[in-house]
Write a protein that binds this ligand. Structure first.
Ligand SMILES: C=CC1=C(C)c2cc3[nH]c(cc4nc(cc5[nH]c(cc1n2)c(C)c5CCC(=O)O)C(CCC(=O)O)=C4C)c(C)c3C=C
Ligand SMILES: [Fe+2]
Ligand SMILES: [Fe+2]
Length: 348
């Protein structure tokens, strides 16, 4: 069975203009795993409310971070894919969950190269129904409808893989070099609390009470909050960081439902008010820099921290197309190709 790899990231609009941002947001937010209410209500919330107000703000935000070559998330994902290609003998295609670089086109590309055994790699370190799961479900649907001869194997969420933690920690150590920080904030993309409960296979473990994520459970295989907090712990251990100088928070909330806390913007204020003058921010829910890291954290976050009394502020870049990250992905692919095994992950 000829093998190939499908890398999938979230996707971006075609351009930072209303004509492209609106349909992109429409596709994204009409996903039943993102706004997870019944279809009638989703239509009202998304098309009747959010799409009448949000696109203006999103267009302005995208315009601030857009590169000559296009959306940073897309350009970085392409550079990463090219580096992985250079280190593997298998065909590698890149697709996006939303937007024009579709999963269908990427699978078609692999088909044209004779591939029928595919390793599907959602480019997210953590499991969430609105990120990892929706990629897997979409890819399976596309495969069943258009490529019935293909077989997909999915790479598990890799946040706890020891080699991945090494690469992430090394990138953070490099980013911190020369910066005398008072505090390091690990800011993860937020999700509604409801999503955590929905994804809990036991239906009773995830209470989001501050304790459940510290108690071993099979629920942690799909608990985004646990996986994010564990990422902070693993990096803290790997870099021997001072416990009192590290914390985690959740950014980018949308709507009025309860989302995971503490909120990143509130943490900027709290840390500044506590007298922390020099802040480093890390965004390990994203493998590539994107709107949420470049605008919300690197630009707006700096402004919010300094407005609240903070002084020096750095955002440490995501893994992007770092050589060691591309090498690790190539190693996972080679191991799957030659031994049929997937990277070691540890969930407790
Ligand atoms: C890290 C994984 C992500 C999860 C989980 C996630 C959940 C989630 N997101 C929204 C709403 C929006 N997210 C937006 C941008 C965006 N989100 C992620 C990743 C996750 N989202 C990325 C990588 C990006 C950036 C895309 C880019 O082009 O750079 C946006 C669009 C921009 C904006 O207007 O702010 C929205 C909207 C929800 C509702 C949600 C979980 C329910
Ligand atoms: Fe998002
Ligand atoms: Fe939990």
């Amino acid at each position: 069975m000829p093998k190939g790899v499908l890398l999938v990231n979230l996707g971006s609009p075609e351009s930072p203009t209303p004509k492209d941002v609106k349909p992109y947001l429409d596709e994204f937010l009409m996903d039943e795993r993102v706004i997870d209410v019944n279809p009638v209500l989703r239509n009202i919330i998304v098309r009747g409310i959010i799409l009448n107000t949000r696109p203006k703000r999103s267009v302005e935000a995208y315009a601030k971070i857009w590169w000559d070559e296009g959306s940073p998330l897309i350009v970085i994902s392409e550079r990463f894919t090219e580096k992985v290609r250079q280190q593997t003998s298998l065909p590698i295609a890149l697709g996006m969950r939303y937007g024009t670089m579709s999963i269908k086109n990427a699978l078609q590309e692999l088909k044209e190269q004779g591939v029928d055994e595919v390793l599907l790699v959602p480019l997210y370190p953590h499991y969430a129904m609105s990120s990892y799961e929706t990629v897997v479900v979409k890819a399976m649907e596309v495969q069943q409808e258009h490529f019935p001869e293909m077989h997909l194997t999915t790479l598990p969420a890799f946040y706890s893989n020891p080699e991945y933690v090494n690469v992430l920690s090394k990138s953070i150590a490099e980013g911190l070099k020369g910066f005398e920080y008072d505090h390091i904030l690990f800011s993860y993309h937020g999700i509604p609390e409801r999503h955590i409960k929905k994804s809990d296979p036991t239906k009773f473990h995830c209470k989001i009470d501050g304790q459940c994520c510290k108690t071993n459970s099979v629920a942690h295989h799909t608990c985004y909050k646990h996986q994010c907090l564990d990422t902070t712990e693993l990096v803290k251990k790997a870099l021997d960081l001072d416990e009192t100088k590290v914390s985690s928070s959740f950014q980018s909330r949308l709507g009025s439902d309860p989302w995971l806390q503490p909120f990143t913007d509130k943490e900027f204020e709290r840390l500044a008010q506590e007298g922390k003058k020099r802040l480093a921010v890390i965004t390990p829910a994203f493998v590539s820099d994107c709107l949420e890291t470049l605008e919300e954290i690197a630009m707006e976050g700096k402004h919010q921290f300094q407005e609240a009394g903070g002084e020096d502020y750095i955002h440490i870049a995501c893994l992007n197309d770092r050589d060691d990250w591309a090498e690790l992905m190539a190693l996972w692919i080679k191991t799957w190709d030659e031994k049929g095994t997937l990277p070691e992950t540890r969930v407790h």
